[in-house]
Design a binder for this molecule. Structure first.
Ligand SMILES: *Cc1c(COP(=O)(O)O)cnc(C)c1O
Length: 365
């Protein structure tokens, strides 16, 4: 009998859909009476947009956001006609008709997108309109908004959105300034549903909730309140199997570049995970794993397919090829790995690689 996928795989990613659903419910309760959508762009922040969205749909979430047209088309095919699916980037030139075909709601970000949508003949979904209030990324500038106001009335927009630049820093003065600018635009379009907050914005308080909130990262367990206790449940566990164990002497080097020199004799475990799996190379010399509840330091550089850990002090009974070193889990979460890698939890999750054997734990019915 051929070995099954979990036996063959070098690293295993467990995704807890029950935790994603619990996180959505927590955010929805916090934002109520505002509605709570789910942002599932970038393949559901690396967890799998389709299983995540299916679990959330079953739990009562009826509104989804993705970033691109193709993400929207794939999601529509998986979810069927019922839920609302909106596309943050809006129609790139030449693609507006595709939105209608897949019943995707475009977010119209700039005057050309508004013009393209207006020019499209026939029945079409009511679009969302994005105004910039301080992120200076997507959305109509204040001047563009003033210029476009006459045609905005004609496109039948249903929702007005903007996006916060500093919501993970509650004391940042830009939060209040963006809210004030958003209110000013909303006053000109009083009949539109309004949406300003993503994950961290939900925790800035009810005055940021408006009618609809759009969390992504917090659904997946990233802390929306950095520096404070994480209110979200972790959603992923990642483990890499030991491929080889070896003794090493004092003064010998470990890995590419001979970048780590042993300051004593030791025992090394080389595990089947590397930067090609999305395990960041910037964790070189800094990351760690856990073996039977004990921390094991990552030594030297992370290479493409492998990383080496100091298991000198680990329990001997745990040291055998095939045993798993935990890389994301209860001891060391996504935000911990991000801090050691010099990045953010969003980056750790969306990099989660295609080589992992993925195990989905279903949401309880
Ligand atoms: C990605 C994104 C979100 C979700 O942000 P999180 O911080 O992951 O909650 C919401 N709105 C817009 C416009 C986005 O681009």
């Amino acid at each position: 009998m051929p070995a099954d996928a979990a036996t063959r795989a070098g690293a295993i990613l467990e995704i807890d859909l029950g935790a994603v659903v619990a996180n959505w419910r927590l955010l929805a309760a916090k934002a109520a009476p505002a509605a709570c959508a789910a942002v599932v762009k970038a393949d559901g922040y690396g967890l799998g947009a389709i299983p995540v969205a299916q679990a959330l749909l079953a739990a009562g979430c009826g509104r989804f956001f993705v970033a691109t047209l193709d993400e929207g088309i794939v999601l529509r095919a998986a979810l069927g006609p019922a839920p609302e699916i909106a596309v943050f980037n809006g129609p790139l030139p030449g693609s507006a008709a595709e939105f209608v075909a897949a019943e995707l709601i475009p977010v119209l970000n700039e005057p050309g997108q508004i013009a393209a949508w207006t020019a499209l003949a026939g029945p079409k979904p009511r679009p969302m309109l994005h105004v910039d209030t301080g992120l200076a990324r997507l959305g109509l500038s204040q001047a563009q908004f003033a210029d476009c106001l006459p045609c905005i009335a004609a496109i039948g927009a249903r929702t007005l959105i903007s996006h916060l630049a500093c919501s993970e820093t509650p004391v940042h003065p830009l939060n209040g300034r963006q809210r004030t600018r958003f209110l000013a635009v909303k006053q000109r379009l009083p009949h539109l549903e309004a949406s300003l907050a993503a994950s961290s914005g939900i925790f800035l308080g009810p005055e940021f909730h408006f009618d609809l909130v759009r969390p992504g990262a917090a659904l997946y367990g990233v802390n929306p309140c950095p520096g404070r206790r994480n209110p979200m449940r972790p959603t992923v566990r990642l483990g890499a199997k030991i491929v080889q164990l070896r003794k090493i002497d004092r003064g010998e080097s470990v890995g590419y570049g001979a970048a780590h020199i042993m300051d004593g004799p030791g025992l090394l475990a080389t595990a089947a995970i590397g930067y090609a799996d999305g395990w960041p190379r910037s964790l070189s010399h800094r990351g760690c794993g856990w073996l039977a509840g004990k921390r094991v330091k990552l030594l030297g550089r992370v290479s493409m397919d492998l990383a080496t850990f100091d298991v000198t002090a680990a329990p001997p009974a745990e040291l055998y090829p095939g045993n798993m070193i935990e890389l994301i889990g209860e001891h060391y979460g996504v935000d911990d790995a991000a801090a050691d890698a010099g990045t953010i939890g969003y980056d750790i999750l969306t990099a989660l690689g295609a080589r992992y054997h993925r195990v989905y734990r279903d949401a309880p019915a």
